[in-house]
Design a protein around this ligand. Structure first.
Ligand code: FAD
Length: 323
């Protein structure tokens, strides 16, 4: 049965995040021919709506308010709840991002609805849907069904492909006034520790360094390799604890979870807590001096060697291929 689905769009560095296009694709699947409505929140964001149509949104609702300039769960939930009250959706899709993880339980509680988080696959099962999500730090997967009420899910970035971009697609853009008020928290300033460019959780290529990188300067060859591949740099907790890089780069059980097309682990031993954040990457390449390192057990390609020799060689070879 067709249902209306609301998709929350996210903005990073002045453009829509890729995970929001993936969320539209997920929304299309569960809408079963119903309308997919993308919601765009911010201070002055209406000009960003076009790509949402290109990737399949039927309508875009824009709410602009000074209290939505930065994300706060209070501000966003006021805006979102107003739209939900008016639109009465049968489905809601968020990205499983920092924002999605923070906001989705709050909204689900307000709606008294179920929520399946971190969905990596959606399968139709008759009139119903089965949502696959990783459990036990990615060592197993479970399939969940929402038996009644709103189909509310968050999707893991890089798993559900977006629809093909069609720049001729347009749709209805609606600006809506919602009073965002009585916020108990106000964001004064955002101090950013990550660099601009490719977001680690959405990157198609991640080049990660561990304690084997030995220093902050040791990350330079990894940054060069990531740059030629158009990817992002990540790290093990070992590297973060040693002060070689910021904790915002940490991948693993207590860091970020990534599922890129290509993960290159440099000087990382492959502790279970690190694997929890990257073992579902599509292709894993490990570079390590120790042939017995655990990381080779999950690697598709292993290079036994000194990362300070191997990584620059890889960078040069890729540059040649691209020339
Ligand atoms: P090491 O284990 O010291 O490995 C360094 C590797 O570099 C070695 O295999 C060595 O052979 C290789 N090497 C050294 N020099 C070179 C060279 N020149 N060239 C090539 N290879 C070289 N860890 C995470 O990563 N993410 C998490 O989220 C996380 N959460 C945790 C949560 C808890 C509750 C606990 C207890 C631990 C957690 N850890 C996490 C830590 C984890 O257990 C490991 O200690 C950590 O992952 C090790 O980091 P590492 O592989 O960089 O360092």
């Amino acid at each position: 049965m067709p249902r209306k689905v609301i998709v929350l769009s996210e903005i990073k560095d002045g453009s829509i995040r890729n995970v929001s296009f993936e969320a539209i694709a997920a929304g299309k699947t569960i809408a079963q021919g119903g309308e997919v409505v993308a919601l765009l929140l911010g201070e002055s964001v209406a000009h960003l709506a076009d790509p949402l149509f290109h990737y399949g949104a039927d309508r875009v609702i824009v709410i602009e308010h000074e209290n939505l300039r930065h994300y706060t769960s209070e501000g966003y939930s006021q805006a979102l709840m107003e739209v939900i009250r008016e639109e009465q959706p049968g489905g809601i899709v968020f990205g499983h991002t920092a924002l999605g993880k923070d906001l989705s339980p709050k909204i689900a509680t307000k709606l008294d609805s179920g929520l399946v988080s971190d969905v990596t696959q959606i399968e139709a099962s008759g009139e119903d849907f089965l949502f696959t999500r990783p459990i036990y730090s990615g060592k197993a997967f479970e399939k969940k069904r929402i038996k009644e009420g709103i189909l509310f899910i968050t999707i893991r970035p890089n798993n559900i492909p977006p629809l093909e971009k069609d720049e001729s697609r347009t749709g209805g853009l609606e600006k809506k006034n919602v009073e965002i008020k009585d916020l108990r928290t106000v964001i004064k300033e955002v101090v950013r520790k990550t660099s601009e460019g490719v977001d680690l959780t959405e990157a198609k290529v991640v080049v990660s360094g561990g304690r084997g990188v030995k220093s902050a300067e040791g990350f330079e060859p990894l940054k060069e390799l990531a740059a030629v591949l158009g990817g992002a740099v990540g790290a093990s907790r070992g590297a973060c604890d040693a002060g070689y890089c910021d904790y915002s780069l940490q991948i693993g059980q207590t860091g970020k979870v990534v599922t890129p097309d290509l993960y290159i682990a440099c000087g990382i031993s492959g502790a279970i807590q690190h694997l929890a954040g990257m073992s579902n990457s599509k292709v894993i390449v490990a570079i390590n001096k120790d042939p017995e390192a655990n990381i080779f057990k999950v690697a598709d390609y292993g290079i036994v060697g000194d990362l300070f020799e191997v990584v620059p060689m890889l960078t040069e070879e890729i540059k040649k291929l691209k020339a």
